[in-house]
Each structure stands twice: as C-alpha cells, then as structure tokens.
Design a protein around this ligand. Sequence first.
Ligand SMILES: [Zn+2]
Length: 160
Amino acid sequence: MARACTVCIHREREAIDAALIRGEKNRRVAAHYNLVESSVRRHLPHIQRDLQAAQAVVESTHRRLRTLDTVVDECERDLEAVLAAHRETVADRDSGELVIKAVAQRAKLAALQFGTKRTTTLVDPRQEWEALSPAERRERLVEMKHRLLELEQETVGGQH
Ligand SMILES: [Zn+2]
C-alpha cells in the first residue's frame, strides 16, 4: 500500500506548493519546511495532478455558466415573443373595437335615415301588399300588367 505523501498532508502545503510553482529549488523548499528533498520531488506530480483537477472544475463551471447563459437567452427570446404576441393581440382587439364602433355608427346613421326617409325597399313586400286597400291593390296590379307588357314588347322588339 502506497505511503501517504508527507507534503500532501503537510499543514503548510499551500505555501509549499506556491513556492514550488514559483520555481524555487526543491532543496531550498525542503530545508525551509523541514522536509526531505526526495519527499518534495515525489510531491511534484501531485501538484500537477491537483492543478489539472482544479482546471477541470473551472472548465466544467464555465460550461455550466455558458449553458445557463443560453437558457437565459432563450427565456429572454421567449419573453420577447410573448410580449410581441401580446402587443399584436392588443392591436387586433383595438382595431376590432374600431370596426365595431364604425359599424355601430353606420347602423345608427341608417336607423336615423330609416326613421326620417322610409324607403319601400326596406319594407317587407308582403306586409306592404296587405296594407293596401282593394282599390290600391287593383291599381298596383294594373301597373304590373303594364310593366309586363312593356317588357314583352321590348323583348319582341329586340328580336327584330
Ligand atoms: Zn504529495
């Protein structure tokens, strides 16, 4: 079973690592921290290994941050789309209300006209007929007969 590295479990490991990373000689560092030089030399790959692990953590954190950024961007786009749809709906409702108002205004005008200037086209012909007196009905029938004769003559005349 591998013996635990005396530098790894050293209470001042951070300072030792910092000195070695700065490029201080193994011998000098060993002397300063009451260590054997071979222990310091054996410890060097551990610094490399731990730095790589730390680097991996930093990289994965960056990746996660980028993912979060993407999610935030997507949420912002969705929000913008929702707001745009809302604005469109409001605009549609407003223009719909304008159309309803215009139609209501025209209906009101038509009602006013109908009240003052009654036109025969707006009256049910059957009701109109029933409202006529027998004499008026006879008169209307004669008018229709004349009109039919006129039409007949026009048609016959057109054939010549
Ligand atoms: Zn070590």
